[in-house]
Design a binder for this molecule. Sequence first.
Ligand code: JFZ
Length: 448
Amino acid sequence: MKLAAHRTLTIFLTTLALILFSELAYSQPSYTPSQSNLEARKWFQDAKFGMFLHWGIYSELGDGEWVMEVRHMAGSDYQKLAPQFYPVKFDPKQWVAVAKAAGMKYITVTTRHHDGFSMFDTKQSDWNIVQRTPYGKDAIRMLADECHKQGIRIFFYYSQLDWHHPDYYPLGSTGWGAGRERKGDWNRYLDFMNGQLTELFSNYGEVGGVWFDGMWDKPDADWQLSKTYGVIHHLQPQALIVANHHKRPNPGEDVQTFERDLPGENKAGLSGQSVADLPLESSDTINGSWGYNLTDNKFKTTRELVHYLVRAAGRNANLLLNVGPMPNGEFPPEAVSRLQEIGKWLQQYGDSIYGTRGGPAPPASWGVSTYKGDRVFVHVLDTDGPSIALPKPSAKVLSASLLRDGRKIEFAVSEFGLLLKLPPSDPNVFDEVIVLNVEAASPPKPSR
Ligand code: JFZ
């Protein structure tokens, strides 16, 4: 009786919230971030390193999160995955502990991907982990609770594209093989999404932010972003809105993210957009896949991963590094060992990464620079020469030394620039960090 009353009340309140949102529309066509949001942006920039997790019922097939689309699976077939989802080894405490030991400060997890399957308890649809799987538990709540306990911020990846919902219509560039009816009510779909986001930003404690993805499926549709962003910023003003639409940021977005690329580079072909004056993030994956892929053994080496993190920091950006957990709820062992090694590296070199900004020397073939207060960190990643030359610094260089052992480094400043004499290169050193102590009444100018 009590339970039933509680459920009725919850439904009532959710419906009320939905009506309020659609009537009042906390839209923000012009957006001024709150004080707490500005603080969260600074926290984010200081944090530098996050864990991306793609986990869903697709993980069962071990063929990535796009498997439904790639194999043109009918929705009626894909649905059979749900009653087989029972991650016996899922231990959120362990996940968060691995992320922390890797030196990561936040976790961005798929609350639902393009298959539309919610990994959380939602009242907006029964296509969710609690109602459709024998596991029956809200994995996102378990993970969020554990993040709060262990002092890691939780971000929610949320797919705006949906290959399952009948109101995701007209279809965009994907989803044509799912055997769906060719009809649907777009506004009802937007209400559904805003309803889910209301749940996610009401029922899971403080959330670091949201990572939107999928708008690129229908770039010209009316997504009514200002309304959706308004809902989130109204509920949690500090929450950072990150949108992976591969375009210049829209009003209301707090972080610019780059998929599989560093800001300003476009090697993967998804990042032609120019770099905005917002906190920046690069996302990439530890092997070649986002969701668990049984045959993808192309794990990047620890050295490559450290270089990625350092090159991102040198471009004033975070690295969001993806791991695709297995259907049993464990991380692939190849990922765990690499994460441990990165964590070890960060314990020694983290001072040159955390809390820094892109440094005064622009990214070069030898590496990048970061800075913090009156120290510039020169990250020498790839060079076999006896010295490197940097542009002439705007602040006077007082001393130069190796971060790893404090050894003094010889340097010379001329009108042409700053010359640093390198120690003999050591193949075991991923990144030879040289610390410049500079006379800094004003901080050195970032390179960007
Ligand atoms: C998107 C997702 O589709 C993908 O599954 C993963 O979640 C990643 C982080 O984000 O990746 C994209 C998005 C758009 C394109 C390609 C990959 N695109 O437009 O070609």
